[in-house]
Design a protein. Structure first.
Length: 416
């Protein structure tokens, strides 16, 4: 596990030319028609320098921003541009079958929409539909387009299908505007491509993940709950499954689980406790990402409390903290991970919880910060180890945060 300090894209990429994860890999580099297309030239060069065999595929709109001759000179073979001007009658199928990874940078709103809808509009989108290789999509567009619900819905759908989305950065945009939508840097994209083709390093692991906020009944129709959406827990389950793990997901959230996972739907803290304790002993790692209620109403009635009865007096009692049970009964070699969603004294409270509950790792975040924690698609965390190490993960999509957490779990399990 890394020492103190924020994880950077350069650190994640591993550095070095030609001898890393991309050596000998066949990469289809799709370039669509946005002003950021010029940045794909540098990306192409870096992919080739990393040892990849790069086949560029440009849309007609991309050619309005950058010439195909430039890519043909830098890439491993000439630019491909059309379904119709190629000697191969099925170029999209050949490209898709041969690719080890397909990366689209920049990915415009149009290409994202076509891919999400399964619409084959040109050689690039046809190749995306004709491949079973990992796909990395790197959006770039103006802030208003990036934030449009239709674009975000399409990206959510692609993520659920296993597509890696490299979120754009905030910075100067075309026309002098400043905001979110700037294409991620080449080092960040190369690192994402390396991860996409990297080894399935969790094969043979069984990982249990909890997700969502529990719901404790007040009466037959009302509940006490919290703001947890379950997105971080589900992202962890998806990332673990993508890396080859056998995943058990115990969740309260109405979100889909990863393909092939055992998904256990629960509501209350007691139901989650029963599901987790029945399965935890057989797991190599248990990740308690759920926001489990600390208190619940005592003796709730099994009927609806009527309004004309007046405001009810709700007496609370503590729920059982079964994370303590997991720490006390943890089998040899298992990595136990807790979460600390805090609003003040974040690291101090997290370290205390780590020690009291005999955890191996704790993931701390300040849920009062913008874009962090509950209900957001992004998170910023500090991963704290029982050995005193700390790793800060800057604000990132929850799938990227999940990758950092799983890396820390692997490092912890392999440590002497």
């Amino acid at each position: 596990m890394a020492g103190r300090g924020a994880m950077s894209a350069a650190d994640a990429s591993g550095g070095g030319a030609g001898g890393g994860a991309l050596a000998g890999r066949r990469v289809v580099l799709g370039v669509s028609g946005g002003i950021a297309a010029y940045k794909a030239v540098e990306l192409c060069r870096r992919l080739v320098d990393a040892g990849a065999h790069v086949t560029p595929v440009l849309t007609r709109a991309a050619e309005r921003f950058v010439g195909p001759t430039t890519f043909s000179a830098l890439a491993s073979e000439p630019v491909r541009r059309s379904l119709w001007d190629d000697a191969d009658p099925i170029p999209h199928t050949r490209l898709g079958q041969a690719a080890d990874v397909v990366v689209v940078a920049p990915a415009t709103a149009r290409v994202i929409a076509d891919y999400a809808a399964g619409r084959s509009a040109d050689l690039l989108t046809a190749t995306l539909l004709a491949t079973r290789a990992p796909v990395v999509v790197c959006p770039a567009m103006h802030t208003e387009m990036w934030e449009h619900p239709a674009v975000q819905d399409n990206l959510t759908l692609l993520r659920r299908r296993g597509v890696t989305v490299v979120d754009p950065e905030r910075g100067r945009l075309a026309g002098g505007d400043v905001g979110a939508g700037r294409l991620a840097g080449p080092a960040t994209i190369v690192a994402a491509v390396e991860r996409a083709v990297g080894p399935r390093d969790l094969e043979g692991w069984r990982i249990l993940v909890t997700a969502g906020g529990t719901r404790e009944p007040i009466d037959a129709v009302r509940v006490i709950t919290n703001r947890s959406s379950g997105k971080q827990g589900h992202a962890l389950a998806e990332e673990a499954a993508a890396r080859g793990a056998d995943v058990v997901l115990v969740t309260t959230a109405p979100l889909p689980g990863p393909a092939g996972a055992e998904v256990v739907r629960v509501d209350t803290a007691a139901e989650m406790q029963e599901a987790v304790l029945a399965r935890s002993d057989a797991c190599d790692a248990v990740i308690m990402a759920a926001a489990v209620a600390d208190f619940r109403p005592k003796a709730p009635p099994d009927r609806k409390i009527k309004k004309d009865e007046g405001p009810p007096e709700i007496v609370l009692e503590p729920t059982h903290d079964f994370l303590v049970d997991l720490g006390n009964r943890k089998p040899p070699g298992q990595v136990l991970v807790g979460f600390a969603a805090e609003t003040e004294d974040v690291l101090a409270n997290a370290r205390s919880k780590l020690e009291r509950k005999r955890l191996d790792l704790i993931v701390a975040n300040d849920v009062s910060a913008d874009g962090v924690g509950f209900e957001h698609d992004t998170n910023a965390v500090v991963i704290i180890g029982a050995d005193g190490t700390e790793q800060e993960v800057a604000l990132s999509h929850k799938r990227a945060v999940s990758g950092a957490i799983l890396d820390a779990i692997r490092a912890t399990r392999s440590a002497p």
